[in-house]
Design a protein. Structure first.
Length: 344
């Protein structure tokens, strides 16, 4: 039985965006499980896998090899992100988890540089699938299944030929072969509530975690999405594609447009890439990701001109929506030096 068929038998539908839909979710349940159907996974394997990725991605891949899962971006030569993935070390290489809609593009962009390396890439999305776990007793439930529970964000444990990663927001991502995920999920539904993709995306937004989508490829430099907060950018590891621009911004430039969190009023979430405006100026911001928190609205992450966000007297509005956005806090603090012009 395919993974989609398994989900269907459990009452989960997957729409054309790859988002799973659940008829009823108990968000107050002690454990909530979300099939991560909106995400996909490809591998980079071979003797040169680490060396190759170290020369392409913004994060320090040696840290991943040493046992920590990190977010990392692949940039073009201008420093703009063409993909954003979570790296996981596996035998002879790495798994890269990314938005399913841009997975093919992410692979293709890496393969352009892979020709001279002893490394190969393959899409594993139909073989390795993901489950998201959240809730007060998520760790307890996973431990009862034999998983070793990672204690800190980014730490992981191996089990059932898969990986369990603790991610920000007291949540876990579990990636494992579909033939093992099927009986596991089937057995766990008696002890947990199933939730839809929107529920997981809302948790990602509240944790301030960026994502890259089809309409935002080549739109943001890593620091614009606060990627450095998650060690997704290394400023000490040496050269990688786009590194010169990324490092110049960090050490010599000034970040004018970081990522912020806001609440919106609408019947549907704005699509990534949507414009945010003020009454006097269009395009002061760009939506990174959005999710509903009620029938009347939700929350979003957006890269916004800092002076516009800081001016609380000036309403920020989504393009085509005259309802002002509500400015919200992020769960972390950005380094104030990012917003100061360097004199050296």
């Amino acid at each position: 039985m395919s993974w989609l068929n398994t989900l269907n038998t459990l009452g989960i539908q997957v729409n054309e965006l790859g988002h799973c839909l659940v008829s009823e979710t108990d968000s107050s349940a002690s454990v909530v499980i979300t099939p991560l159907t909106h995400l996909g996974l490809f591998e980079v394997l071979g003797p040169d896998a680490e060396k190759f990725l170290q020369g392409q991605l913004s994060c320090d891949v040696s840290t991943v090899s040493a046992g920590k899962s990190l977010l990392g971006s692949h940039c073009n030569i201008k420093g703009s992100m063409v993909s954003l993935s979570r790296l996981m070390p596996v035998e002879n290489g790495f798994w890269l988890r990314t938005e399913r809609a841009i997975l093919g593009t992410a692979m293709a962009n890496l393969k352009k540089y892979m020709i001279f390396s002893k490394a190969e890439s393959q899409d594993r999305s139909d073989e390795i699938v993901g489950l998201g776990f959240s809730g007060q007793q998520a760790a307890e439930l996973l431990a009862a299944q034999g998983f070793s529970i990672p204690l800190k964000d980014g730490e992981f444990s191996a089990h059932l030929n898969g990986l369990l990663i603790r991610v920000p927001g007291e949540r876990f991502e579990l990636w494992l072969p579909v033939e093992q995920a099927t009986p596991l999920l089937t057995s766990l539904v008696e002890q947990a509530s199933l939730s839809d993709t929107n529920t997981w995306l809302l948790a990602e937004i509240r944790a301030g975690i960026p994502a890259l989508h089809t309409d935002t490829i080549e739109t943001f430099i890593p620091q614009m999405t606060n990627l450095q907060v998650f060690d997704g950018v290394s400023f000490t590891k040496g050269c990688y594609t786009g590194q010169e621009v990324v490092t110049r911004l960090q050490h010599r430039g000034k970040l004018n447009r970081p990522m912020f969190r806001l609440a919106f009023s609408a019947d549907n979430p704005p699509t990534p890439g949507s414009s945010i405006n003020t009454a006097d100026r269009a395009g002061v911001g760009t939506v990174v990701s959005a999710a509903m928190s009620s029938a009347q609205g939700g929350e979003l992450l957006a890269v916004i001109l800092k002076t516009s966000f800081d001016d609380s007297k000036t309403p920020l509005m989504l393009d085509g929506n005259d309802q002002p956005l509500q400015r919200l806090d992020l769960p972390y603090t950005l380094d104030p030096e990012l917003f100061e012009r360097k004199t050296h």
